[in-house]
Write a protein that binds this ligand. Structure first.
Ligand SMILES: [Zn+2]
Length: 322
């Protein structure tokens, strides 16, 4: 089995099949509908029904082969099976099998259920190679309970219009559901880039609760309104002092826009401890980290005798024989 990690995706040369290609290839697996995991120029993608619906909202016009949870599909002598990844609706991990070897490609994962995605499901078969995201795979980010952080923020800003800067797909819907759960009585508004994804969420059985298109007159509402804006619109409004502006991102520690003073660290990725627990539970023979920072994870894996895969001279992952 040949596996080539490249800058713009993982390539399986024996079957000319890509995993999360970020360039216009012929055929690719798409683990989920975030923009850094697919390319609009791909001719044919394999993905779950949820990812398919979200890709169409994003304007993807290529051919889509929808794969059901737990079902398998075949590309020549490779067979593939999908498992929920817990990140956003439809997000999936992929098990690939050929000539007695089996890999698991994680895509982005959130092992702790958060209610706005299918809960992550662990494989029920031994894995030779785990290809694992490591967005927070360095020693640094630890996710505190996001509901407690949010409650504190809402208490602090009861009489002030609250503006959140959030990514339009995933974070915005999760934040909306979390605010509704706290029952503040405050109405939640958003821009169309965020609202457009809500019908797909509802169709898939993940209802983030009521959301309204923003209108200026709502600024004087009592109780004070909450507005969710995707990054470009947030940037244009965040300095307006009528708002208490908050940037929501797990990347708080690594990246914070210079125009933002308040942040709320909520991540849709595993933090380092839950990433390590994920790897320990799967117990692969080898692990290869992509998508992020991996030094801390690599050191921890070596300590528990899980081998970190190396790349050979032909830029392929060197698979162990036994
Ligand atoms: Zn993602």
């Amino acid at each position: 089995m040949e596996i080539q990690p490249q800058a713009d995706g993982i390539y399986l040369p024996e079957v000319d099949f890509w995993l999360d290609a970020q360039k216009p290839v012929h055929t690719s697996w798409v683990s989920h509908a975030h923009g850094d995991h697919f390319h609009s120029g791909i001719k044919e993608v394999f993905c779950t029904k949820g990812t398919s619906a979200l890709l169409r909202v994003r304007g993807f016009t290529g051919k889509i082969q929808e794969v059901d949870w737990g079902s398998t599909f075949q590309i020549r002598d490779f067979s593939f099976r999908v498992l929920p990844a817990g990140h956003i609706p439809g997000s999936a991990m992929l098990i690939g099998e050929n000539k007695g070897k089996r890999f698991l490609y994680s895509g982005d994962i959130h092992p702790t259920p958060h209610g706005m995605a299918e809960s992550l499901k662990y494989p029920d078969v031994p894995i030779d190679l785990l290809i694992c995201e490591s967005t927070f795979g360095n020693d640094g980010f630890v996710q505190e309970d996001p509901n407690v952080l949010l409650q504190h923020l809402l208490d602090q800003t009861q009489s002030r219009p609250l503006l959140f800067g959030v990514y339009a797909l995933g974070k915005a819907q999760r934040l909306c559901a979390m605010i509704h759960k706290i029952e503040t009585g405050r109405k939640i508004y958003a821009d169309s880039g965020i609202i457009n994804y809500f019908p797909v969420y509802q169709d898939l059985g993940f209802d983030p609760g009521p959301i309204h298109p923003w209108r200026r007159s709502a600024i004087s509402e009592k109780p004070s309104p909450i507005l969710l804006l995707s990054p470009p619109a947030f940037k244009a409004r965040a300095r307006d002092l009528v708002w208490f502006s908050v940037w929501v991102s797990g990347w708080k520690l690594n990246y914070q826009p210079h125009y933002v003073r308040n942040t709320l660290p909520i991540s849709d990725h595993a933090d380092k401890e839950s990433l390590l627990k994920f790897v320990k539970t799967i117990q692969p023979k080898q692990v290869y980290f992509n998508h992020g920072y991996s030094q801390w994870m690599e050191n921890e894996c070596e300590k528990i005798l899980i081998k970190v895969a190396k790349i050979d001279d032909s830029k392929r992952i060197r698979l162990l024989n036994s």
